[in-house]
Design a protein around this ligand. Structure first.
Ligand SMILES: [Fe+2]
Length: 370
């Protein structure tokens, strides 16, 4: 029995089932999880004779999508030019490959969460300076003035722009020091800006997608002190310690890192596989009927997906199935851990792809489960 919206729901059993979801599936069956609220709400498990992804063709716009962000054209003329990829009215995903900015930027439309896929450097912002490197998340509240000073290596950041405030999820019974200790968070340090004290500086402010340039005859970052709990902060995926069960494949909500309005950001990180013989080691088949699912693959070997490498992104819209690729289920039996680093964004409302994303789409991805 579970409580959902304070209504008791008693699980019913029909036909061949397993007593414990994701463990000891009936011989010859594939498990599908049919669930509300991103596998957090009411749920039924189907034990099916075929993977629901074993389609022969799809007619119409709804299909799993994949994009190779490595193929996005560089924009050498622009020091800071986010390339929009997927968006709805709560969240927008962009790709950013900045060069040293000789101006500042301020987003008046939303909070900016950057995942540093490649490169690194120094962020200068209203609160001071903060160095960043591969695997960092940078959380920049709406209205912060900032610029990137990247190092000389190739740069590639996934920008998750949130219309609402970005927070972290309740840890509940996991305790205050899971999935990372608050002490691993770093915040900017105030520093005297000697550079350009007497030149003109521009601040590019984005509001409703348009840029307004405001000019100052002094350095725009001139705070000599600040106090409070609203600031830029940084956490590296190496400091996030995922939870897992050695007996049961946990749902993606166990890997939530940030919450936004009507979306969640999860981090899938290196971890051992479930060790019990009958326990599933790859995700169940599902269509996540309440969320669009976006996965950005950053590092390691993506055990449940063939043909996916670092810098690629998949989008599984709500209502059509996905799940492990055919070779992943037997392959997972040969391995005892995954070294993947991937960022997932699940959105309550449907996403829309931009022409820039469509230009780097792999058109055959829907057939990759054959
Ligand atoms: Fe999924």
């Amino acid at each position: 029995m579970r409580l959902a919206n304070e209504t008791p729901i008693f699980p019913l059993r029909k036909g061949r089932v397993t007593r414990q979801a994701h463990v000891d599936l009936p011989e010859g069956t594939f498990e599908e999880e049919f669930a509300r609220q991103g596998f957090f709400g009411r749920t039924t498990h189907f034990y099916r004779l075929h993977p629901p992804t074993a389609w022969t063709r799809i007619e119409g716009p709804l299909r799993p999508r994949s994009y190779d962000l490595n193929r996005l054209p560089a924009k050498p003329e622009a020091a800071f030019a986010p390339v929009g990829l997927l968006h709805n009215h709560d969240v927008a995903l962009h790709w950013v490959a900045p060069r040293t900015m000789d101006f500042f930027y301020r987003n008046a439309d939303g909070d900016d969460v950057y995942f540093i896929h490649a490169g690194g450097g120094r962020l200068e912002c209203s609160f001071g300076v903060l160095d960043y490197a591969r695997g960092d998340y940078l959380v920049i509240p709406r209205g912060t003035t900032y610029r990137f000073l990247p190092n000389t290596s190739p740069q590639g950041y996934l920008l998750i722009e949130s219309a609402g405030e970005v927070t972290i999820p309740d840890r509940n019974q996991l305790g205050a020091h899971a999935l990372f200790d608050p002490a691993v968070i770093d915040t900017p340090e105030l520093e005297a800006y000697s550079e350009g004290a007497d030149r003109e500086w521009a601040v590019h402010i984005q509001r409703e997608g348009q840029i307004t340039r405001v000019f100052y005859p002094f350095h725009p970052l001139d705070a000599v002190g600040w106090k409070g709990d609203l600031t830029v902060w940084r956490v590296n995926v190496k400091d996030i310690r995922p939870v897992m069960s050695h007996r049961y494949h946990l749902p993606p909500s166990a890997h939530s890192t940030f919450l936004g309005r009507n979306f969640v950001i999860c981090s899938f990180l290196p971890r051992p596989f479930e060790e019990e013989a009958g326990a599933m080691r790859v995700p169940f088949f599902h269509s996540n009927i309440d969320y669009d699912e976006v996965l950005f693959y950053s590092d390691g070997h993506f055990f449940s997906r063939d043909g996916i490498g670092p810098g690629m992104m998949t989008w599984h819209p709500q209502g059509i199935h996905h799940g492990p690729h055919p070779k992943a289920i037997p392959a997972s039996r040969q391995k005892d851990r995954t070294d993947e680093v991937a960022v997932m964004v699940d959105t309550l409302h449907p996403l829309h792809a931009t022409p820039a994303a469509e230009a780097v789409e792999n058109p055959d991805y829907w057939a990759s489960w054959k």
